[in-house]
Design a protein around this ligand. Structure first.
Ligand code: HEM
Length: 400
């Protein structure tokens, strides 16, 4: 069990694309490259939110738990992804100022020593995300950045601690976790919720006041908070600050850790391969030179950095996850090869089977080839059958 990757390879060889293991008191089924698209495509049969909610007692910590999955997905698309062009300037400025603040210019040779790169990255990534979530005025406060940066790690304790009690009775660990939070014994979200409520209240009251005073000439702030305030359910006479803070908690949980982890890994991958630095730097200089708009790089030109994109995709591919994206089976399901999994069973994706496959990845799949993905028509942000980092309910990507 000390070499999980090898163990998974052995299981795959002996039992085939789909096999089950008894782990922490329950049987978990691992699905390999031939059938994992069924987990992503059949959201009527496999529910990633259900499994996540069982592990992390969001319902005990927040007013709305981790919210409704369909709403979350829609909000990410409409309020964030579709508006990234609007936020480019602010995000670049924030990234620059945060890099200066948390790393600096380094010594006379431009060298800086970074201790605990993940922790530094969470603060750097939290800065632009806080800016477009709660607004420019609140994102300048250190307590908000700390909440954004540390929230996920504090909550993830519920995932990090092995569910030992499930050996006694399946689900007992989740039940006990909920009691601990509800009884007030330990709630790692509380201090972050309080910080969020304080800043949200500040902004909401200010915006409602100013909107009334300035009327049509009021300049609408552009951020997620304002989007939330314009939803039908928002009641200006009875603002539910706890509920808004809960919504932010879901988005902070989803956004900061995954992004910071990917950036930290990409930086370490680059630091280990200094021979690629110049090439990547020149690509950026070239594109910056062509597209520069008063020091800001337009959103679209980031897509033109093909080498950088491929490097990042390769870094995410080789992040080291062996199995990930657990899902709960919501109704008895028969895979296309005839194997069956019953309702309430947990299935997981066998990542190493996908990432170590020569047909899917090209030659030497185990080695880091930074430009492996150039001209493959899949940017680092896109799921495909050989790249599963973002999960989600997608089928079309697998058909390409
Ligand atoms: C490199 C960065 C990121 C990675 C690798 C990543 C990966 C993931 C994964 C694996 C899931 C679970 C989906 C599944 O298992 O099917 C997820 C869900 C989610 N992600 Fe990301 N993510 C990233 C960045 C972000 C950012 C920046 C945001 C928001 C600004 C975001 C918002 C969400 C939300 C809201 C969900 C949950 C949707 C729901 O409740 O259904 N993610 N992400």
């Amino acid at each position: 069990m000390l070499n999980c990757e090898e163990f998974f390879k052995q299981c795959r060889k002996e039992y085939g694309d789909i096999f089950s293991l008894y782990l922490w008191g329950q049987v978990i089924t691992f699905v390999g490259k031939e059938h994992n698209y069924e987990l992503f495509a059949r959201d009527d049969a496999f529910d990633f939110r259900g499994e996540f909610k069982k592990r992390v007692p969001g319902d005990a910590m927040f007013a709305n738990g981790f919210g409704d999955g369909d709403y979350n997905a829609k909000a990410v698309k409409e309020y964030i992804s579709d508006k990234l062009g609007l936020y480019t300037k602010r995000m670049q400025k924030c990234l620059h100022s945060a890099t200066q603040k948390y790393i600096g210019d380094g010594d006379d040779n431009g060298r800086a020593t970074i201790y605990k790169i993940y922790n530094v990255m969470t603060k750097i990534i939290s800065t632009p995300i806080a800016d477009i979530f709660v607004g420019e005025e609140e994102a300048v406060y250190d307590d908000i950045i700390i909440t954004f940066a540390e929230f996920t790690a504090d909550i993830a304790i519920f995932i990090a601690i092995p569910p030992l009690l499930d050996f006694i009775y399946p689900g007992l660990q989740g039940y006990v976790n909920r009691i601990i939070v509800k009884s007030g014994l330990y709630n790692p979200a509380k201090k972050h919720q309080d910080v969020l409520v304080k800043h949200i209240k500040n902004q909401v009251e200010k915006r409602l006041r100013e909107k009334q005073v300035y009327g049509d000439s009021w300049k609408r702030p552009k951020d997620l908070l304002q989007d939330f305030m314009e939803e039908e359910s928002f009641d200006t006479k009875n603002v539910d600050y706890e509920a808004i803070a809960s919504k932010f908690c879901t988005f902070i949980f989803a956004a900061i850790h995954a992004t910071s982890r990917s950036c930290a890994n990409a930086i370490v991958d680059l630091a280990c391969r200094p021979e690629y630095m110049q090439e990547l730097y020149e690509e950026q200089l070239e594109i910056h030179k062509q597209a520069d708009e008063n020091g800001i790089l337009p959103f679209e030109s980031i897509n033109e950095m093909k080498k950088l994109d491929s490097f990042v995709r390769e870094s995410i591919r080789l992040t080291g996850d062996i199995a990930a994206h657990p899902r709960r089976v919501v109704k008895d399901y028969t895979f296309s090869n005839g194997l069956q999994v019953p309702k309430d069973h947990v299935v997981d994706v066998n990542f190493s089977d996908v990432y170590q496959d020569e047909l899917l990845q090209g030659p030497n799949p185990e080695s880091f080839e930074p430009f492996r993905h150039i001209n493959k028509n899949f940017p680092a942000s896109k799921m495909s059958k050989n790249f599963l980092a973002f999960g989600g309910d997608v089928l079309e990507e697998f058909l390409l």
